[in-house]
Write a protein that binds this ligand. Structure first.
Ligand code: AHR
Length: 515
């Protein structure tokens, strides 16, 4: 087997890492079985969430047709262009908690005639309903992504939810289809993903799982498949480790649901902390917490396996991400937070976890897309900044719809204050052109981590990569310095007789491509 060692780079990622000369923390040996992939990493794992919350919709996406901010039918061009680059596959809307207070008919028709309502969940601000069904579907069309609509089960009626589906997807003659046409849309849209309530254990109605399972079955009965449209019904799933919720839902409604949502935020509710002012103690605490996503996914999946051994039902992690204190001086109800290198690691670790469990995890939507919680994009009037989280989605888009490759892995450890977590986190896939992509995170902020990889079942002759890191744990992009954290080419990887080896910079995310 002829292997050539080839790496040409302009900028070394290592130059950006602060710990270039620090000692390596462990020897991470791994085997990638490149010919044994069985499961597809659904592109929908790379989904996003947008709620009527703070400046996510208003200001972040919708500025209105008469805004001086460049827009297409009221939707910001800069935000759409940035999101198209990372190929977002789906967008969940209108909430969140907002979904169970939202009455969709208030958001259609001439905008000046739409009623203003109170956004009771998020700051008690006035919601003028200018962004409604037509605007959301236009956004999805501009993004070339699939809509994921969350219907109101908490305070809405069965009829209201049924009519929304009919309004959106029925092409024939009916009161709802005619109303859609009267509002300017002739052709029915295609809507596949449909949430039947949100957090029905909490803001969506404070229900017991037994009660919600029955209500879910009732509502879903009337969500018809019109024409060629097929509704994929997603139930409000468990909060964190509420395993009994999963058990009851799967037992009572497992045969009629398509997916079960899981919500898990990386947060310490007793002390959320600042998004940017933190030390290594909080870095470690955040990464340790986020790693528990693996256990949650595995335990919920095990329960699902009991009722659904064929894995027909998807685990949809339709809200996840970091949740810190809001930026000083901003409305506490708007959940606006900055986004640092730490968030990049959180995003990368979770996406690796989802990839590695793609036999059950079929969708994930980070909370939220713009200006709220762990946002990919921040805006301030006409300015826009791409966060470190955005750049992780950029690096990881290579995994969308690729085949997951099994990995045997013995990670080294990252120790802090007598606690230990795995230092390196990884996933690998093979795309339709045969290219292999390996995404690696080094959680250790003080040491580089060597990885030694045996590649089985494939021949490769070229390796290249990109890397996201920075000098400081809390490095972040601002409106004045939008490029403080961004990916650069990575040179520290070389082919060997049996695979490849690399040295992963401290506190970094690396994407390697082998062909
Ligand atoms: O994403 C913010 C909120 O977090 C959502 O509205 C709700 O579903 C969750 O509790």
């Amino acid at each position: 087997m002829k292997r050539t060692i080839q790496l040409r780079v302009v900028v070394s990622c290592l130059l950006l890492g602060s710990a270039v000369l620090a000692t390596a923390a462990g020897n991470n040996r791994l085997i990638i079985n490149a010919d044994q992939g069985k499961s597809t990493i659904s592109k929908h794992i790379y989904g996003h969430f947008s709620e009527h919350l703070g400046r996510c919709i208003y200001g972040g996406i919708w500025v209105g047709e008469y805004s001086s901010i460049p827009n297409t039918r009221g939707i910001r061009n800069d935000v759409v262009e940035a999101l198209r680059k990372i190929k977002i596959p789906n967008l969940r809307w209108p909430g969140g908690c907002f979904a169970d207070t939202y009455h969709w008919m208030e958001g259609i028709g001439p905008r000046e005639k739409r009623p203003s309502i109170v956004n009771t969940n998020w700051g008690g601000v006035t919601e003028d309903n200018h962004f409604g069904t037509h605007e959301f579907m236009d956004l999805c069309e501009q993004l070339s992504c699939e809509p994921y609509i969350c219907g109101n089960l908490g305070s809405g009626s069965v009829q209201e939810m049924q009519q929304w589906v009919e309004y959106l997807t029925f092409d024939g003659k009916s009161p709802m289809a005619d109303l859609r046409r009267a509002n300017g849309r002739e052709k029915a849209w295609r809507v596949h993903f449909w949430g039947v309530g949100n957090e029905s254990w909490g803001c969506g109605g404070n229900m017991r799982p037994e009660y919600y399972a029955d209500v879910f079955k009732r509502y879903q009965t009337y969500l018809y498949n019109f024409g060629g449209n097929r509704i994929f019904k997603i139930a409000s799933g468990p909060n964190d480790d509420s395993y009994s919720w999963t058990d009851v839902l799967m037992r009572e409604a497992g045969t009629v649901l398509g997916g079960l949502g899981l919500h898990f935020y990386t947060v310490d509710w007793s002390n959320k902390g600042s998004a940017t002012q933190f030390d290594e103690r909080e870095w470690f605490k955040t990464l340790k917490k986020t790693l528990s996503m693996k256990e949650l996914v595995e335990r919920h999946s095990t329960i699902m396996d009991k009722y659904d051994p064929g894995k027909r039902v998807g685990l949809m992690v339709d809200e996840w991400g970091t949740w810190y204190d809001v930026e000083p001086g901003t409305n506490p109800g708007f959940l606006y937070q900055q986004n640092s290198l730490r968030d990049a690691l959180v995003a990368a670790i979770n996406l690796n976890i989802f990839n590695n469990h793609c036999d059950r995890v079929r969708m994930a939507c980070i909370a939220q897309m713009v200006n709220v919680l762990q946002a990919a994009i921040l805006t301030k009037d006409e300015k826009m900044v791409l966060t470190p989280t955005y750049h992780v989605y950029d690096l990881y888009q290579v995994h969308q719809d690729a085949t997951l490759l099994p990995i045997d892995f013995e990670p080294g450890v990252y120790s802090y204050n007598n606690e230990q977590i795995p230092a390196v986190n990884i996933s690998a896939s093979r795309d339709s052109r045969g290219k292999i992509h390996v995404t690696l995170c080094n959680l250790d902020p003080n040491h580089t981590n060597p990885v030694s990889v045996e590649l089985r079942g494939v021949r490769v002759s070229r390796i290249s990569g990109r890397c996201l890191t920075a000098g400081a744990l809390n490095a972040h992009n601002t409106f004045d310095q939008p490029n403080a954290v961004k990916p650069v080419e990575f040179e520290d990887a070389r082919l060997t007789a049996t695979g490849f080896e690399s040295t992963i910079p401290s506190k970094s995310v690396v994407m390697l491509e082998l062909e």
